[in-house]
Structures are given as structure tokens and as C-alpha cells.
Write a protein that binds this ligand. Structure first.
Ligand code: PMP
Length: 344
């Protein structure tokens, strides 16, 4: 095992884990990149590190400066841990609908958390737009200055995946990867990994797994930014072509209902010991659909974005699932103990 100088060196270089049932059912080899093993426990540590390093390289960050961001949580956690390690502060604007577990993780990191109502992007008080205006204000008033991380339209996010995620996948599969697919929040992971892999080999196919309520499936499949339905997944589901997605076109596009993703998430806990968040379920459902379309014998990689404990109060809470009309596995219901305890 390597020896690191700081936690920052522990970001990236995550293992690939073979997904047994998904592989067996499709006759393909389907692997998930275990991004929940990053220090901030999500794929977004990579973007957090790259965005801060890029701002430093451009001379935009004085010691003690504030990094402001609008985030569903994971990017904020990544930014906060990198900022703490490098001597900056973080102010995070988050829609109040996001999981309490992510908000707690942000508080634990010492980020200043501003919870705001969840409103669509076209509303001037959308969390992303609020964070941009707050950053402008703090840049003028805070003695050490402030920057806006702007993960959606800052391509330092995508570049992180071109140089790290894509290269890692290429080497981990010894160049034998045939397909890559994931969902889109900012598009950094999908577009960046796609650019990096296609640079290595033009024959590698790319897919987008879009949750319901997002517009990109219709955009890439039918040329129209149009959303249908809704999803309980967090951190994904985009309604516009962000700067990170500019110039990107997938070979395959799928729209995945929550039921399909959650059945996979629940089965993985019990059958494979892997407890993942909802976006990983969307990704794996997409990988299975892509494997079926490409046919047996292919190697397909997707992203295991974060861990299930980040959504314990939602995805693994029977009351929440029932309220949303979603499948509720019987093992998460509270049950009387099955075995008698042999007390003396
Ligand atoms: N899954 C989760 C849980 C996330 O938090 C995010 C980031 N918002 C994504 C997937 C999507 O990643 P990206 O922003 O690179 O598209």
C-alpha cells in the first residue's frame, strides 16, 4: 500500500469491483468503480480537488479564502475536505430537500451550510444561482477573498476525470474496456471519462443513464430538452447542457425509473454485500441495459458514486419508500428478533 503526505493523495485510484449478478445476467463483465472509497466518500472528491488546484494555479486563492458552492452535498463534502487540508474555508448552499446525512457530513467538516428551498434552475433563487451571487458578494467583502467553485460550468471538474478516472479505468482493465456509462449531475464524470477513454480508443462506447425528471435522455435520444416524471435520486438529473457536457455525445441513452434502480440497490446489499446510494443504482441499471444492447462478451464500467449510509433515512427507510410508492424490501422493516438470546 502507498504512503501519503496528506489526505489529498488518497483521492482517486479507486478499485473496480465486479458486479456479479449484473455480469451473470448479461453475459458481460460489468464493473463498478468504487468511488465511495474516496476520503469524502464520493466521486465528487475528484472534482473538489481539481477545482481548488485549478483556482490556485490561476492565482485566485489567497490563504484563508472562502470557496463558495451550490451542491447537492457530495461536491461540498469534497471541497470542504480539500479546503480544510489546504487552509481555505467553505460556504455551501444546499437545497433543503437533500439527505440529512449529507448535511451532517458537511457540518462535521466545518463547512458553513446554508439550506435553501429547492426551486428549478430557471428561478433566480435556485441554489446554484444563489451560490454564484453569494460568491460575488463575498469576493468583494471578505478580507481574504472568495471564489465560486461553479462545478456545473467549470471544466476543471471534467478535466479531473479525463486525467484520473478515465486513465485509471484504462489501466485497470488493461485496455479491455468496451463501454462506460453513468448518470449526469454536472456531467463532469460522464463527459470527462468519455473524453479520456475515447482518446485511448475510439472503439469504446459511451452511454448516459438518466433518471426520470431529467432532460438529457430526451435531448440525446430525440434532440429535445424535455423532462418526464420524477426521481428520488440525489446528485443527478440535469435539465440543461452544462459547460462540462459541451461537445459530448453518447452512443447510447437510457431513461431509468427509480423502481429499476432501487431493486438493484437492494439486491446488491443482500447478495453482494455492497450498500450503495441511488445514483449508483441508476448507473448499474444503465450498464445492464447497455450490456444487453451491446451483447455478451463485453466489458462495461460504471461508477459507484457514493455509499448507502448517506441515504439511510430515505432509501433504506420503509416509511419514506412507502410514501413515495417505491419497492420496500421486507428486510428493512423492523422485525422481532428471530433467535432467542442465551442469557444466563
Ligand atoms: N451521484 C451522486 C451521488 C452525486 O452526488 C453526483 C454529483 N452531484 C453524481 C452522481 C454526478 O456526478 P457529476 O456531477 O460528475 O455528473
Amino acid at each position: 500500500m502507498p504512503r501519503y503526505n496528506s489526505v489529498l493523495d488518497a483521492i482517486g485510484n479507486t478499485p473496480l469491483i465486479r458486479l456479479k449478478r449484473a455480469s451473470e445476467e448479461t453475459g458481460c463483465e460489468i464493473y463498478g468503480k468504487a468511488e465511495f472509497l474516496n476520503p469524502g466518500q464520493s466521486v465528487k472528491d475528484r472534482a473538489g480537488l481539481a477545482i481548488i488546484r485549478d483556482a490556485e494555479d490561476k492565482g485566485l486563492l489567497d490563504p484563508g479564502a472562502i470557496i463558495v458552492e451550490g451542491t447537492a452535498g457530495n461536491t461540498g463534502i469534497g471541497l470542504a475536505l480539500v479546503a480544510n487540508a489546504l487552509g481555505y474555508r467553505t460556504v455551501i448552499v444546499i437545497p433543503e430537500t437533500q439527505s440529512e446525512e449529507k448535511k451532517d457530513a458537511l457540518r462535521l467538516m466545518g463547512a458553513e451550510l446554508i439550506e435553501v428551498p429547492a426551486v428549478p434552475y430557471r428561478n433566480p433563487n435556485n441554489y446554484v444561482k444563489l451560490s454564484g451571487r453569494l460568491a460575488e458578494q463575498l469576493a468583494r467583502t471578505h478580507p481574504q477573498g472568495a471564489i465560486w467553485a461553479n462545478q456545473f460550468d467549470n471544466v476543471a471538474n471534467r478535466d479531473a476525470h479525463v486525467v484520473t478516472t478515465a486513465e485509471e479505468i484504462w489501466h485497470q482493465t488493461a485496455g479491455e474496456v468496451d463501454g462506460f456509462i453513468c448518470a449526469v449531475g454536472t456531467g463532469g464524470t460522464l463527459a470527462g471519462t468519455s473524453i479520456g477513454l475515447k482518446r485511448r480508443s475510439g472503439r469504446i462506447k459511451i452511454g448516459i443513464a438518466d433518471p426520470m425528471g431529467a432532460s438529457l435522455y430526451n435531448y440525446y435520444a430525440h434532440g429535445e430538452l424535455k423532462a418526464e416524471g420524477s426521481s428520488i435520486t440525489e446528485g443527478i438529473g440535469q435539465g440543461r447542457v452544462t459547460a462540462n457536457l459541451e461537445g459530448f455525445t453518447p452512443d447510447f441513452a437510457y431513461q431509468i425509473p427509480d423502481e429499476e434502480a432501487l431493486r438493484i440497490v437492494f439486491a446488491l446489499v443482500h447478495e453482494e454485500g455492497l450498500c450503495l446510494g441511488g445514483s449508483s443504482g441508476i448507473n448499474i441499471a444503465g450498464a445492464i441495459r447497455m450490456a444487453r444492447e451491446m451483447g455478451p462478451g463485453h466489458t462495461i464500467v460504471t461508477i459507484l458514486c457514493d455509499y448507502g449510509n448517506r441515504y439511510q433515512s430515505k432509501l433504506f427507510n420503509p416509511a419514506f419508500l412507502k410514501e413515495k410508492g417505491l419497492p420496500t424490501p421486507d428486510w428493512i422493516e423492523a422485525k422481532p428478533a428471530e433467535f432467542d438470546i442465551p442469557y444466563e
